[in-house]
Design a protein around this ligand. Structure first.
Ligand code: GAL
Length: 673
C-alpha cells in the first residue's frame, strides 16, 4: 500500500464565519495569524446556505470565506456540506427522512437526519458535491475534502421501505435463495424461516430477540449503505479534483461502522477525538484510539477534531487543565497524528454547542485557552519534520469490528462483556510499560510482528487460521483469550467446541464456560512456570473450563468446582508459542505476563519511565523521534537513553536525567547529526 503523506503539519479548527457578522472574519484572520493557524474546516453543515431553495445557489459567501482564507495563508479542509439537509428538501421530498425501528418518521431539524438510501438525498448530494468541486477545484485555499461528517454517528439505522427493499435485494444477492439464507442464518430457530424475499424484515420491534446472524448482516448492510454515501461523494471529488486528498472524520471508540472496510476509500484517516479530561481518565484510552486510527491504513492520520478544553455533551463537562491540550496533542502525534485541528475555532453564540469550548472562547483572545493555543501553534514549525514518519511497533493487537458487534448483541453468556474493555485491558498493560502496539484487522500480513494479541476473537473469518498459524510457526508469539474461535463469519457456532479453528494452534478445547457476577471473582494461581509471576491474582468476568489437547498449563483457577483446571496455557507450535487465557485477569497479572512474553521475543519497552510517563518512538530513514509524555499532574524525572538528544520543542541539547514538569512533553530527535 502506498503511503500518503500530508504536505504540512496542519493546525486549526472548524470555522463557521457565516454565523457571525462580517467584521468578525477580519478579527479571526488576525487571531489565526497570531496563533499560527494554517487550516480551517469550513462548510460542514452549510448546505442550506449554499442552496436556500431547490433552484437557487448562493456561493458568494463561501467564495469570500475561501478567498479570505487564501489571502491569509490559511488552507481549507472543505466540507461537502451533505451532513445537514436543507428544510425545503424534507418538505418537498419527505422520503429523505429516515424511519425508526417502530416505523415512525424522523423530522427535519438538527443534523444528519437523512435516509442514506434515499435516491433523492443521493441525487441532490451529488449535484451539490459536483458544484463545490467544480467551483473550488483550482482555489488556492483548497487543501483537502471533508466528506459529510462523522457518518452514522447520530443515526445508524433506517427502516424505510426504500431501505427494507434494498436489504432484501442485498440478501438475495448474497445468498441466492431464501433456503440458503434460512440455512446460513439458522432461521429455523423460533420458526423464523422465510419462503419469499418479501417476508424478510430487518430487526424491527418484535416481542423478543431477533436472530443474531440477521442482526450481523443487517449491520454489515448498513455499514455498506453509509460507505456508498461516502463513496458517491468521493468518486465525484476524485473525478474533478484528482490531486486533492479526501478524508472524512471518524470517531473515537466508535463501533457503528467497520472502519477497516472504509479505510481504502480515503487518502488519509482523520478522527474526532474527545477523551474525557477528568483527572481519572486513563491516558491509554486515547493511545488505543490513536493506535486504532493509525492501524486503519497503517499510516499516519490526523486529529481533525479535539476539544480545546471542555465539550458540552457529557453529564458534567470538565475542562482540559492548563497544558493538557498540548500534552494530548503531542500524544496524538506520538501515535501517528500529523495534524491538530480543534472543534471549534470561535465559540458559537447560538444553538446547542455554544458552551462547547473553542480556540477563541466567548471572552476572546485574552483567555487561557487562546494563549495556550498560540503558544502551541508557535512550537509547531519545530515538529514539522516528524510528519510522515512511522510509529515503531513489534506488537500487533487484532481488532475485528464484526466481532465487536456480535459479542455485544449476542444474548449471553454475560451482558457485562465489553469488547473494547477487553482490548483495553491488554492495551493498557502494554501501554503502561511503554510497549507500543499496532492495531490490525484479521486479514493484515502479520509477518513483521513478534507478538500478536487477539483478545476475545469470537469470530474466525476465512484465512485467519492459516495466517496466525503461519505467524506462530515461524517464531511468533500469539495470545488469545476466552470467547475466541466461537463462530464463523455468519455467527454460526463451530462444531466440536471452541476455540474452533484455533484449537490445534492453542492445544486446548473449552468444555464449559461460566460468566461471573460483578461481585464474584475467581483466582489465577501461578506455579513456577511463569517467570516474574507468583502466587495468585484476580480472575474476573469469565472462566473457561478447559481440556488440554497438547498445551501446557501455566496457571490454574483457584476456586469453585473447577479449581485446579487451567487458567493460562501455552502450546508450542513450530518455532513459536500460542497462549490461551481463560479469564480476564487484572493488570497485576497482565503487565508482568506480557512484559515477559515480549522480552522473550526481544521486544523491549521504548524507555523505562516513572509511572504515568509514556514513551513512544516515531522513525523515518534512520532518524528516531522519542516522545516522552508526563501524564501526571506532578513533576517527574526521566532517565534518557545514553548519549545526547536534540529537544525539538526547546531547540536545545539534552542528556542524562531530565526533569519533566506536570503534563509536560519532551520530543527528542535521536542520533542527531
Ligand atoms: C463532533 C462533530 C462536531 C461537533 C463536535 C462537538 O463529533 O463533528 O460537529 O458537534 O463533535 O464535540
Amino acid at each position: 500500500m502506498k503511503k500518503f503523506i500530508l504536505s504540512g503539519l496542519y493546525f486549526g479548527g472548524d470555522y463557521t464565519p457565516e454565523h457571525f457578522p462580517r467584521a468578525v472574519m477580519d478579527e479571526d484572520m488576525r487571531l489565526m495569524k497570531q496563533a499560527g493557524v494554517n487550516l480551517a474546516t469550513v462548510n460542514v453543515f452549510s448546505w442550506v446556505q449554499l442552496q436556500p431553495n431547490e433552484e437557487a445557489w448562493t456561493f458568494d459567501w463561501l467564495d469570500e470565506v475561501m478567498n479570505t482564507l487564501a489571502e491569509n495563508g490559511v488552507g481549507a479542509d472543505l466540507g461537502t456540506a451533505t451532513a445537514s439537509t436543507p428544510a425545503w428538501m424534507a418538505k418537498t421530498y419527505p422520503e429523505i427522512l429516515p424511519i425508526d425501528d417502530k416505523g415512525l418518521p424522523y423530522h427535519h431539524g438538527s443534523r444528519q437526519t437523512f435516509n442514506p438510501n434515499s435516491p433523492v438525498y443521493r441525487e441532490k448530494s451529488a449535484i451539490l458535491v459536483r458544484k463545490l468541486a467544480e467551483r473550488y477545484r483550482n482555489h488556492p485555499a483548497l487543501c483537502m475534502w471533508h466528506v459529510n461528517n462523522e457518518l452514522s454517528q447520530l443515526l445508524n439505522y433506517d427502516y424505510s421501505d426504500i431501505t427494507i427493499r434494498k436489504f432484501r435485494a442485498w440478501c438475495q444477492a448474497r445468498f441466492g435463495t431464501c433456503e440458503a439464507m434460512n440455512r446460513t442464518w439458522g432461521l429455523h430457530f423460533w420458526g423464523n424461516n422465510i419462503h419469499d424475499w418479501d417476508e424478510l424484515m430487518p430487526p424491527m420491534r418484535t416481542a423478543h430477540q431477533v436472530n443474531t446472524s440477521l442482526l450481523l448482516d443487517w449491520k454489515r448492510f448498513t455499514n455498506e449503505c453509509y460507505m456508498e454515501v461516502a463513496r458517491a461523494e468521493i468518486e465525484i471529488l476524485r473525478e474533478v479534483t484528482p490531486n486533492v486528498p479526501v478524508t472524512t472524520n471518524f470517531l473515537y471508540e466508535f463501533k457503528n461502522l467497520d472502519y477497516f472496510a472504509w479505510a481504502d476509500m480515503l487518502d488519509f484517516i482523520s478522527v474526532s477525538s474527545f477523551p474525557d479530561p477528568k483527572v481519572t481518565n486513563h491516558p491509554g484510552e486515547a493511545a488505543l484510539s490513536h493506535d486504532m486510527m493509525r492501524g486503519l491504513k497503517d499510516q499516519p492520520f490526523v486529529l481533525l477534531e479535539q476539544a480545546p478544553s471542555q465539550v458540552n455533551w457529557r453529564l458534567a463537562n470538565v475542562n482540559k487543565k492548563p497544558g493538557v491540550m498540548r500534552l494530548w496533542s503531542h500524544q496524538g502525534m506520538a501515535h501517528g497524528s500529523d495534524g491538530f485541528l480543534f472543534f471549534q475555532w470561535r465559540a458559537s453564540v447560538h444553538g446547542s454547542e455554544k458552551f462547547h469550548s473553542a480556540m477563541v472562547p466567548h471572552i476572546g483572545e485574552d483567555s487561557r485557552v487562546f494563549r495556550e493555543m498560540t503558544a502551541f501553534g508557535r512550537e509547531l514549525p519545530h515538529l514539522r519534520e516528524i510528519v510522515g514518519s512511522d510509529v515503531r511497533a513489534d506488537i500487533a493487537m487484532v481488532l475485528d469490528y464484526n466481532t465487536w458487534w456480535t459479542v455485544e448483541f449476542t444474548p449471553g453468556p454475560t451482558a457485562l462483556l465489553s469488547y473494547l474493555d477487553n482490548l483495553k485491558a491488554y492495551h493498557y498493560a502494554l501501554f503502561e510499560q511503554n510497549l507500543t502496539v499496532d492495531v490490525v484487522p484479521v486479514d493484515r500480513d502479520l509477518s513483521r510482528y513478534k507478538v500478536v494479541i487477539a483478545p476475545l476473537l469470537y469470530m474466525i473469518k476465512p484465512g485467519f487460521k492459516e495466517s496466525i498459524e503461519r505467524f506462530t510457526a515461524s517464531g511468533g508469539v500469539f495470545v488469545t483469550t476466552f470467547f475466541s474461535g466461537v463462530v464463523n463469519e455468519f455467527d454460526e457456532v463451530f462444531h466440536g467446541g471452541y476455540p474452533g479453528p484455533l484449537s490445534e494452534l492453542l492445544g486446548v478445547k473449552v468444555e464449559e464456560f461460566e460468566a461471573m457476577k460483578p461481585y464474584v471473582q475467581n483466582r489465577v494461581v501461578v506455579g513456577d512456570d511463569l517467570p516474574g509471576l507468583s502466587g495468585d491474582y484476580d480472575a474476573t468476568l469469565w472462566c473457561d473450563i478447559l481440556q488440554l489437547h497438547g498445551a501446557t498449563p501455566l496457571a490454574t483457577f483457584g476456586e469453585d468446582y473447577f479449581k485446579g483446571s487451567p487458567a493460562v496455557t501455552m502450546n508450542e507450535f513450530g518455532k513459536g508459542r500460542a497462549y490461551y487465557i481463560a479469564t480476564l485477569p487484572t493488570k497485576d497479572f497482565l503487565k508482568p505476563f506480557l512484559k515477559q512474553l515480549c522480552a522473550e521475543q526481544g521486544v523491549r519497552p521504548v524507555l523505562e519511565t516513572p509511572e504515568g510517563v509514556e514513551a513512544v518512538v516515531r522513525s523515518r530513514d534512520g532518524t528516531d523521534y522519542l516522545f516522552v509524555l508526563n501524564h501526571n499532574y506532578e513533576p517527574v524525572e526521566v532517565t534518557l537513553p545514553p548519549g545526547w538528544h536534540f529537544d525539538l520543542l526547546t531547540q536545545i541539547r539534552v542528556e542524562g536525567v531530565v526533569a519533566l514538569g506536570p503534563v509536560q512533553t519532551l520530543i527528542l530527535k535521536e542520533n542527531p547529526t
